[in-house]
Design a protein around this ligand. Sequence first.
Ligand SMILES: *Cc1c(COP(=O)(O)O)cnc(C)c1O
Length: 373
Amino acid sequence: MPRPIHAVIHSDALRHNMAVVRARAQDANLWAVVKANAYGHGIEHVFEAFRAADGFALLDLQEAERVRQLGWRGPILLLEGVFELRDLELCSRLGLWHVVHNEAQIDMLAAHKTHTPHRVFLKLNSGMNRLGFKPQSYRAAWARLNALPQVEEISLITHFSDADGEQGIARQLAVFQAAVEGLPGERSICNSAATLRFASGDAQARQDWVRGGIALYGSSPDYPSTSSAGWDLQPAMSLRTAIIGMQQLQVGDTVGYGSRFVAPVPMTIGIAACGYADGYPRICDTGTPILVDGVRTRTIGRVSMDMLALDLTPLLAQGRAAGLGSEVTLWGKASAAHGATVLPIDEVAACAQTVGYELMCAVAPRVAMQLEA
Ligand SMILES: *Cc1c(COP(=O)(O)O)cnc(C)c1O
């Protein structure tokens, strides 16, 4: 029998979340962002559910090839554009649309020999200061692209730095509007946070294409302001394992490396087959929420490479027979047999001083994945 840890990918949740994002995006087209192997869910696992999107956005060329191999004939957008000249051959061959964010990428296009002119998304740096042309050089870049026979159509794109926070999108939206004023072409500016928070009430924000990432996977982009349930999102990934060991503690007994947990009362603990080598954060020491047979309890002591300890007190208090083989849910949903209780990934991420994005992307290759229809 394989080690019991596994990740279940819920297609119904992926579909549901896409409908939620679509409703917010109204008439805008939707890019399903599937970079980083679909935020750790596996491109092959999310593909059928996301077929209802208008396009796939990602940044690895190999991932673009995988999406084409799955039979997708619609738009694919490379969010970082190309990295070297020969990447453009793949763009021509696979019909990839690509972001252009610097002069070097325009030089490459000018040097590219192709019979099929490309659709490009010219990126404005509206304040994030990561990729893109500054407002004062944006129009010159547009004119340069527009003069190239290699370019068929230019769309306009930017990215928000604070869509999830207090600052919001107003400042960058104004910078974008001013910079693109009068330029033709479709526009794409909203990520998940901007789409959920601002798109439905603001046509200037939602524009032609929204880019949905984290929300499609069921994590709230602005947790803790709004929880995933608050946005009506469902977890698309459940990381589950089983209890493989049990210990009875006397007062004063310690648990795990560094003896970080000291039992204040006699207690029963379980040892779950999940550790930091599976992608569970080591920093999630005593107190991180976790489900056993769908009942919420907490981790205890230090997370080790392959195991962690958890408190069985809440289950025993309910008279439940937790023990070897009991189901442990690290995040996501308990199985239907255990009431499908939800433990939002965002709560675990908060205990790890990070965001749901990082946890889902970091699930280790040794964790088997199963697609649940
Ligand atoms: C990753 C990414 C997105 C999606 O962001 P979420 O916060 O996951 O919705 C959108 N646009 C760009 C350019 C990205 O790199």
